[in-house]
Design a protein around this ligand. Structure first.
Ligand code: GTP
Ligand code: MG
Length: 148
């Protein structure tokens, strides 16, 4: 089954949106297989956002993502990578549709509440950066019989 890496950013944690965000993915029918509240080191932040190293906002991005705890998660489900991105909404909350997480809770691009892997390659890389195999739990969920 497809897996993705999702993370409530420091602004989402401070604004007490962990429960709201977890609830949206649960209600959708996806399955949580790993989660932890953690601080991100400068090294992990630079590695995670490596693709943006040359962008003018890179320093700001690393400073922000290391500014307080994040809630890191791995979710599983059919098409979960693309569907989670749709549920998150556009990168800039100003462009994000109402009903999406960024559309409902975000205002500025620098504090856009949530991160989600953008491809199967990113998902594999990011899950490996944030979680050990022993932290990911494979278990059967009865509601899957009513989703698939
Ligand atoms: P992530 O899920 O966080 O990776 O967002 P994304 O995939 O929708 O966007 P992208 O990977 O292109 O950018 C990564 C993050 O950089 C965004 O989520 C924003 O928080 C931040 N970012 C993008 N553009 C800007 C910008 O112009 N200024 C600042 N401060 N941050 C930006
Ligand atoms: Mg991205």
């Amino acid at each position: 089954m497809e897996k993705t890496f999702l993370m409530v950013k420091p602004d989402g944690v401070q604004r007490e949106l962990i429960g709201e965000i977890v609830s949206r993915f649960e209600k959708k029918g996806f399955q949580l297989i790993g989660a932890k509240l953690m601080n991100i080191s400068n090294e992990l932040a630079s590695e995670h956002y490596g693709e943006h190293k040359e962008r003018p906002f890179f320093g700001e991005l690393v400073e922000f993502i290391t500014s307080g705890p994040v809630f890191a998660m791995v979710w599983q489900g059919e098409n979960v990578i693309a569907t989670a991105r749709q549920m998150m909404g556009s990168t800039n909350p100003a462009d994000a549709a109402p009903g999406t997480i960024r559309g409902d809770f975000g205002v500025t691009v620098g504090k856009n509440i949530i991160h989600g892997s953008d491809s199967p390659e990113s998902a594999k890389r990011e899950i490996g950066l944030f979680f050990n195999d022993s932290e990911l739990i494979e278990y059967s969920k009865l509601s899957n019989n009513w989703i698939y």
